[in-house]
Design a protein around this ligand. Sequence first.
Ligand code: SF4
Ligand code: SF4
Length: 453
Amino acid sequence: MAKKFEEFTGSGTFHRGIHPPERKDFSAEAPIEAIPTPAEVIIPLQQHIGAPCKPLVTPKQEVSYGDLIGDNEAFVSAKLHSPIFGVVQKMAVTTLPNGRHVQAIHIKATGRQFTVEEMHRECMGGRWAKSVVGYDPDEVTQAINEAGIVGLGGAAFPTHVKIAAGKKPVGTLLVNGCECEPYLTADDRLMRDIPDAVITGAMLAGFAVNVKDIIIGIEENKADAIEKITKAAAGTAVKVAVLKTKYPQGSEKHLIKAVLNRVVPLGGLPADIGVAVANVTTMVAVARAVIRKMPLTHRVVCVTGAGIVQPKNILAPFGISYRELINFCGGLTKDAARILSGGPMMGFSFSDLDMPLTKGTGGVTVLTHEDTKKEKETTCVRCGRCVDVCPMNLVPARLAVAARHRNLNMAEKYKIRGCMECGCCAYACPASIPLVQLIRVCKAMIMANKSNK
Ligand code: SF4
Ligand code: SF4
């Protein structure tokens, strides 16, 4: 049995937030499938938070699966490896769905590649030890750095850096299995399909940061994942906390509040209060890196929504195009209207399907015209709903006014930097004011203003 949240310090939930339609049924019952190797991959040199990698390959050079092709010279950066056998074609700038332009290595596939069965077995198969016996914490950290692992829940923060930050005394490793974003099911499927790998990775990461407690938080709408993870954790030090379903439960700060009843100070980090947080997908990558010495070259990505013919959870190489992912799912439906990298709450809308998949992307959601029908924007009626749902205790209506007037001082006064861009305010607003979009633009203006000084 999973440990109920009553047995933890937290209440199993947090203040405010929303309950959007979950819509996970499109892909939740689709087991993870490997996609055939694409003809080309485009590997951006910066697909993580921190400094870009230094390329280690040149055009016409042959590369093998798993070869190191980009090195992290800076501490806050992550190594890159080739996800296929091939030949480097060129170095060229590519654009990512979030609008960033980054230098990238283009690799054309040549020779024999892994079959889908071999790739599935290579990344997910076999037995997982569920033990840290015989390992050294520094060896674990080193393996994580060598494998180029970043936070796969979306933040893409280099994991070896997080572990080093955790060398401030850390009491608890909190593993995030919430996947609170509507539609997405990649984490859910990993917990259901390879629960032993999640537990093994959590034990190794907890060992590296020398924690007392390891807790996996899962929302109660994932009954099968709760059962499988609880069974896999039996006899280990890993505990399972079953949490109430609410968006954005998967945000680090709200997960900590829900499980441990502790508050991360505004502008602070979980490590400041003795907690390290990592995603379940990251834990699988850690297990693979430490036990099998394999780098991070693939991830599970959920391609879903009413605009996709056959939604799937796909094991895919980094650098594959969104077009290939969508084609593998039978393509777009006739009424597909908007493609998002990520889910509908925090994802980025984009239209160029030839952009590459990067480490931090766990989902592609395609919405239809029906899904995207919008009420016309009207004026603010001062109902306060945006305030009632904001999980960061901000006043989104005031931030929107500041954004519209380009009043950056006012935006700072109303703590715009505390906004996590969860979108709860825009979702709740009866006047259909694009609150989060306005806040995003205002934050960008503040950043631009700062770098011009
Ligand atoms: S102001 Fe920011 S943190 Fe608050 S609800 Fe809106 S998007 Fe979320
Ligand atoms: S929810 Fe919308 S209408 Fe209501 S106060 Fe906030 S911005 Fe104004």
